[in-house]
Design a protein. Structure first.
Length: 345
């Protein structure tokens, strides 16, 4: 009996294929292209949210009579939401998976965006912008990894480079959309309740988030994540389905019959698994970044990223408001002024 078991184990081992090889055997075709396109839509929706404040800020100031300091707070709240949720999303991604975090995050982002477009109070709008930053931070950080884990090794870098184009595209589309929508002389006025063009822009920005959540809901979890959780059979079924979509052949003809787990690391223990283990692992990894010899590299990388984002968001989110102030100044005066000398428009 033992000899028969050993023979069967050897046969199973012969069929075991590393995940990267199994992905290559699915081919590169319609499945990967569609999931990359949907991932690009999700990435673009995140880009819309990150730059939205710049194009509604002048209108918010006018309608809600906010001061310059309140405008600064408005810009900061979205980023504060993303900052405060980073650790949480990192833990959830490693415990429940990439797919639920992305779908939940994008659906929640759309919901908060739609509701915020009806906010009549500045502080209520502030709360919703914080919530938008909180929920969109997860998908924005994870979508590249999720899409990449469906791509064959020889195509992965190329696909992810193309995916980055969608973020840039969002910063091109949104100014054009704002240019067409915000100046519209249109308003629904029900006494103390108003709905006008800049609120419509907010509503429109929520649509790509909703669409990406709906489209991704029909796709599965990443095969790599399933394999790390010991869910080999589910991962194999997904790979067989990818093969079928790409080749037009029945999934039963997919040549891989089992996956080699050792190609991605040590199999986790399934008993007693909880969210605490990924959390502690993340803290341990974070602590390692603050110790020698990697501490100088951590500080240098953080400084470079901070400097980049300081200009990227610090100037970018204020630029439309600054242009309004310059235009208001030069419409009544020919005296050259600096940014610091500008009066609120």
């Amino acid at each position: 009996m033992d000899s028969v078991t050993n023979i069967n184990n050897k046969k199973d081992a012969m069929h075991a294929v590393p995940l990267e090889d199994a992905l290559s055997l699915t081919g590169f075709g319609r499945y990967q292209k569609w999931i990359a396109l949907i991932g690009g839509l999700c990435w673009m929706a995140c880009g819309f949210q990150n730059s939205l404040n710049a194009y509604i800020l002048p209108s918010v100031k006018c309608d809600m009579h906010v001061t310059s300091s309140m405008m600064g707070l408005f810009n900061a709240m979205f980023l504060a939401g993303g900052l405060s949720s980073g650790l949480l999303w990192g833990v959830l991604v490693d415990s429940i998976g990439r797919w639920p975090v992305i779908v939940f995050g994008m659906a929640s982002d759309a919901t908060f965006t739609f509701i915020s477009s009806f906010a009549q109070n500045f502080y209520l709008l502030l709360v919703f912008r914080f919530l938008n930053g909180f929920v969109v931070g997860g998908p924005a950080a994870i979508i590249l990894a999720y899409v990449g884990e469906f791509q064959p090794h020889d195509k992965r870098r190329q696909v992810l480079c193309y995916l980055g184009f969608f973020w840039t595209l969002s910063w091109v589309i949104l100014p054009g959309l704002a240019w067409m929508v915000v100046p519209l002389d249109w308003e629904v006025d029900w006494g103390t309740w108003k709905y006008n063009s800049w609120r419509l822009l907010i509503l429109m920005v929520g649509c790509p988030s909703l669409l990406s959540a709906l489209l991704l809901s029909s796709y599965p979890e990443s095969p790599k994540f399933l394999l790390t959780q010991g869910r080999d059979h589910e991962a194999l079924q997904i790979l067989a389905n990818i093969y079928s979509v790409n080749t037009g052949q029945p999934s039963s003809t997919y040549p891989v019959k089992s996956l080699e787990y050792s190609s991605i690391g040590k199999r986790p223990k399934t008993e007693g698994k909880s969210i605490c283990k990924p959390f502690m692992l993340m803290l341990e990894q974070f602590r390692a970044l603050l110790t020698m010899p990697v501490l100088p590299i951590t500080l240098l990388g953080s400084y470079l990223f901070f400097s980049n984002m300081f200009g990227y968001y610090g100037l970018g989110l204020w630029l439309p408001e600054l242009m309004n102030r310059f235009e208001a100044h030069y419409s009544t005066s020919n005296v050259t002024v600096s940014v610091c000398q500008l009066e609120p428009a």
